[in-house]
Design a protein around this ligand. Sequence first.
Ligand code: CAA
Length: 287
Amino acid sequence: MSIDQIKVIGILGAGQMGGGIAQVVAQSGRTALLADVDRARAEAGKAKIAKSLGRRVDKGKLEASARDELLERIVPVDGVDAFVDAPFVIEAATENIELKKKLIAGLDAACGPDTIVATNTSSISITLLGAETQRPHKMVGMHFMNPVPIMKLVEIIRALPTDDATYETTVALAKDLGKTVITAGDSPGFIVNRILIPFLNEACFALQESIGTPQDIDTGAKLGLNHPMGPLELADLIGLDTCLAIADVLHRELGDDKYRAANILRMHVAAGWLGRKTGRGFYNYAK
Ligand code: CAA
């Protein structure tokens, strides 16, 4: 399939990743159909994108008319049945294996036979998810980074059965969305999270062992390593539930105790302190 044929993309999940993906899809001139558990959640996802774009308009970085046109191309829908004519769909729901299996099977049932089904999973096997479909050769990993509109990378993962046409179309699409592509094997966490999550988790161990305050740990990474954000503030941005889910996949699938999640990370998730999205994580964001 040529990417010129991809004028509409269905996105399942209107959270921070799905919303960011919808924004870059709309920026490319395509229509983004945005679905979530219901229409209200999809509308709420679009409202968040509108708010973020509004800040860019206020700063003089985006014309109000361009913002309005872009938002017109983001269309909240009732559910995945609306994706029936979309040639390309992207699943961007919570990082949970059972949930993703169910959602991928639902997409497979709702979409036309030629539709490519991509998943934005950050750690789960694409081959395993593709096995939930009747089209494992049209299943592919398309892993965007957070915040999607700003981060330049997309990691593309071939499942064992992914065919060349699916892989090549996905690479071309990611490039057309303005991203730089790397290709990763179907191994837990792929490339980026295989490197990142042990780093973030180690920062959690450092905090747990009182080696430093959150501020000292983050300043250490920012000024000592030239990272744009410290590991604890980055974990808060990603979402501590997502970080823990990925750490658990790495630990379980790779079978090495070096990947075990720090208890302080698990306890923050148990407390519902999930980072920026809940107003509290390793830092307090309450206004
Ligand atoms: N759409 C388009 N542009 C936007 C935007 C949006 N929604 N929001 C902000 N921008 C623009 C801003 O206008 C600004 O543009 P100019 O340079 O023209 O001024 C630019 O993007 C930077 O915005 P900010 O000034 O707000 O941002 P910053 O300089 O403070 O940087 C950051 C913020 C990009 C998040 C930076 O701190 C950073 O790179 N942090 C690390 C993020 C990271 O590592 N992400 C990867 C996480 S891992 C992952 O995602 C994988 C996984 O599976 C867990």
